[in-house]
Design a protein around this ligand. Sequence first.
Ligand code: SF4
Length: 63
Amino acid sequence: MRIRVDMTRCQTHAQCVFAAPTVFTLDDNDELSYDAAPDDALRQAIEQAARACPERAIFLDGA
Ligand code: SF4
């Protein structure tokens, strides 16, 4: 599957990191980085992350 984070919206709340830590991480500068093509098996966790994001910055582009 493909995902995208709108970095103009992302405020580094890190809710996505808690929901799907193998996909979303914060680097040493507290910048979000993420796997744009994660395994489909992670879909549930990623949907949870998208729901948890206070800025609605996470978009799922389908499989
Ligand atoms: S939860 Fe949303 S705003 Fe926070 S770091 Fe993740 S994508 Fe960015």
